[in-house]
Design a protein around this ligand. Structure first.
Ligand code: ZN
Length: 270
């Protein structure tokens, strides 16, 4: 699933191409993952001018100049693609938005993604109020404080929970734990203050490092220009089960934790 670095990469590309542009036309090719349903969603877009594309956690927030807008969650395989005018639609394309000079297609193979309209800032806030702090703009010490409770929580589960810290998913949870030398199987209660600060620091560092390379394409992810992210080769543990740890050569272990495949080095991570 696209996580913070991937969604932020898409956001920046959409922002550059779309901000200030008026929506000339919109077509919903496949129904079922938009709110409100069908023609009402299309009507919500038509004639609106895009003020900005923002992001909260893994959500893209399309803001219009009249205060309304919509949020888009990519989930497993969703993509917002900037496509040429003569683009030939695929069977996975759900929505097309046309502005002056640009065409955007929302494509989703697995169909877990969604788009949801909001009418004003209050209705937007009701969709995003539950998220924890944004790691890129939150100080290490404040992120570390998010890793205190609930004490019995498994670290991996806490990191995946968007109300703890926003935007981290399976890849960066595993990577941050490895870089901090901490086993994701431990409970929050076992972390010392120094552990929490180190983990918070590594969360910020790995997200920033990935963002600088346009994110990670481990499976299906492509940015808004249809390009792969460049961080895959820099992953230390995610997707490397059985391969030697880049630090100590011990084979990387993969287990299921919090319902997700979880990768760690049994030697480097305590
Ligand atoms: Zn190791």
């Amino acid at each position: 699933m696209p996580e913070l670095p991937e969604v932020e990469t898409v956001r920046r590309q959409l922002q550059a191409a779309l901000a200030g542009k008026k929506i000339k036309s919109a077509e919903l090719w496949q129904r079922g993952r938009e709110v409100p349903a069908g023609p009402k969603f299309v009507a919500h877009l038509l004639g609106k001018t895009i003020k900005a594309i923002d992001r909260r956690a893994k959500l893209l927030i399309w803001r219009f100049t009249d205060g309304s807008g919509f949020v888009g969650h990519l989930k497993m395989t969703g993509k917002f693609l900037l496509v040429p005018k003569n683009y030939q639609a695929t069977k996975h394309d759900r929505l097309q938005i046309v502005v002056a000079g640009s065409v955007v297609v929302w494509q989703d193979i697995r169909k877990f993604g969604y788009v949801k309209a909001f009418k004003d800032d209050a209705s937007l806030q009701s969709m995003i109020a539950h998220y924890g702090p944004e790691p890129l703009i939150t100080a290490e010490a404040d992120l570390a404080a998010c890793l205190l409770t609930p004490k019995t929580r498994i670290i991996k589960a806490a990191l995946l929970d968007q109300t703890t810290i926003a935007g981290i998913g399976n890849i960066y949870a595993d990577e941050a734990c490895h870089r901090a030398g901490i086993r994701p199987t431990r409970r929050l209660s076992t972390l010392t203050a120094a552990d929490r600060l180190r983990l918070a620091t590594e969360i910020k560092k790995v997200l920033n490092a990935s963002l600088a390379l346009g994110g990670t394409t481990a499976n299906n992810y492509l940015d808004a220009n249809g390009q792969r992210g460049g961080f895959l080769d820099l992953l230390q543990v995610y997707g490397r089960a059985g391969e030697p740890c880049r630090t100590c050569a011990t084979p990387i272990k993969k287990i299921t934790l919090a319902g997700r495949g979880t990768h760690y080095c049994p030697q480097c991570q305590k």
